[in-house]
Design a protein around this ligand. Structure first.
Ligand code: DX5
Ligand code: ZN
Length: 217
């Protein structure tokens, strides 16, 4: 299957959002990092901003909630225009209920795992997930380095998904650059999130095109 790309708006120039989003029109998703300053040590934006940029692009909105007790805000992020809503397993006491809430809203549901969280914790959730987001850095900031053990984690999860024929994509997020992209795709990543590698480049459209060509080589 063709690798999909989800540039992370976190690395964009927030004073030029409209223009920045146009630059990555050729992507598959727009990755939206929501941080609350409690679950992660950083604050970004909420449903209001997502709603305001919704009509500026046709890209699917891939919303990554790094907030504590995400069950409080599922409806708001669906109404803001998310196409996929991903919550952290570690951020709620009742992850299965949260996934049910997202599924009930009729959009795609994902679960994210921090680097230290084993994939075994997904065993009874996988049949209901549209995607798993493997964090390959500790969540909170863009521009960090890829944690090398995550390649094995991706490969292990891929095997489980294939062995059980689950309809579940693997998305990988954090520290992905041209030099490690191929290794991550080969391990089994279906969707690549890239913030600084795309919006930090002099020409984001060209950076995205280059990543696509590396992934498909
Ligand atoms: C980190 C965010 C990532 C981040 C990735 O908490 O979830 O999506 O924007 O940024 P880079 O690609 O710069 O590591
Ligand atoms: Zn993210």
């Amino acid at each position: 299957m063709k690798t999909e790309f989800a540039p992370s708006l976190l690395a964009a120039d927030f004073s030029q959002l409209k223009n920045q989003i146009q630059l990555i029109n050729e992507a598959d998703y727009l990755h939206l990092d929501v941080m609350d300053g409690v679950y992660v040590p950083n604050i970004t934006f909420g449903p209001g901003l997502i709603k305001d940029i919704r009509d500026q692009t046709e890209l699917r909105f891939d919303t990554h909630l790094m907030i504590t007790k995400p069950e409080r805000y599922i409806k708001d992020f669906v109404e803001a225009g998310s196409d996929i809503l991903t919550v952290h397993l570690e951020a709620t006491d009742h992850i299965h209920r949260v996934i049910q809430m997202i599924n009930d809203q009729g959009i795609k549901a994902g679960v994210s795992l921090n680097p230290a969280t084993p994939i075994e914790s997904l065993e009874y959730l996988l049949p209901e997930l549209d995607q798993v987001l493997i964090m390959s850095v500790n969540p909170g900031f863009g521009g960090q380095s890829y944690i090398p053990q995550m390649t094995e984690k991706i490969a292990k999860l891929k095997k489980i998904i294939e062995a059980n024929n689950y309809d579940c994509k693997i998305e990988v997020d954090g520290g992905i650059k041209n030099h490690n992209l191929k290794e991550i795709v080969n391990a089994g990543a279906d969707i690549i999130v890239a913030g600084s590698a795309i919006f930090g480049a002099a020409d984001p459209a060209e950076a995205l095109a280059e990543m696509r060509s590396i992934a498909s080589d």
